[in-house]
Design a protein around this ligand. Sequence first.
Ligand SMILES: Nc1ncnc2c1ncn2[C@@H]1O[C@H](COP(=O)(O)OP(=O)(O)O)[C@@H](O)[C@H]1O
Ligand SMILES: [Mg+2]
Length: 299
Amino acid sequence: MPMPSPCRVALVTCLELPEVDDDQAPLLAALHNAGLSAQVLAWETAAPADADLWILRSPWNYHLHHTQFLSWLDSVAAAGQLCNPASIVRWNSDKAYLVELAEQGLPVAPTVLLPQGSAPDVHALVTARGWTRWVLKPSISLGSFMTERFTLDQVLQAQEFADTALAGRAMLLQPYLSAVEDYGERSLVCIGGQVCHAVRKSPRFSGGHEAVTPVAIADDERALAERVLQTVAKLPCAPPIPLLYARVDTVRGEDGKPLLMELELVEPSLFLLAHPASLQRLVQEVALRAQRWSGRPVR
Ligand SMILES: Nc1ncnc2c1ncn2[C@@H]1O[C@H](COP(=O)(O)OP(=O)(O)O)[C@@H](O)[C@H]1O
Ligand SMILES: [Mg+2]
């Protein structure tokens, strides 16, 4: 009998990366060291037959091609295994999920969803909520694309920005959470359902860069991340096994309690270079899925 062929793992990127994916080289090397067949493929040119297990890593242009990206996910998921699975990625690729999670009782950064084509009165919306500083950002977005902050004396600019942006996409309106400046946004990286490590990210708006520092995980942030993962696991679109990866981005609100700013289940940077234990854990989880998927030897 011929030997079965090995499970082929693809790390999914895009043709033109807007910035370097620091996770890519260490992850690829660690997968190879673990005896896995792995390569980096761009979603725009990869065909379903090119791999068996697809790990979304840096398709960092999907917000510009959302419909095509979701169709591509469905096509590879139909022929192979996609991590994270297409149904949860579809749900998570639009930050409207924040409103849904808030409705389920999770502490979420206050979020008003402004539908595409709507004509909201920004001044009325922010004053009704007592917000003197706020952020406007696309509902489908990444890398701080079209993400701008405003103060009350910039209300005309904010209205103009909202009107222009809303012609082409749905937007979110949130109060500016000033804790991003000092304590910082804290990203909790979760692998295989476990909270593994955390980083502090510097504030980042359109065109800016992000500085990242490793930090200890505060108890209340860990509790929030675990609660978010538990809530997500109960969604109808959630897979039956823990998500391969998740990143729970938190910011402290005015009362000092952590709020969910973003839950990243599509293509989060996982900051693996500074966290070798997390890298090894990710490789183990990938190997497990490769074995389960194919029932074939991992080589
Ligand atoms: N409500 C907010 N208050 C303060 N800073 C914000 C707020 N929303 C976004 N930002 C800044 O913009 C960045 C990008 O926004 P985010 O919601 O994380 O979307 P994405 O990372 O997908 O672009 C955040 O990391 C943070 O620095
Ligand atoms: Mg973010």
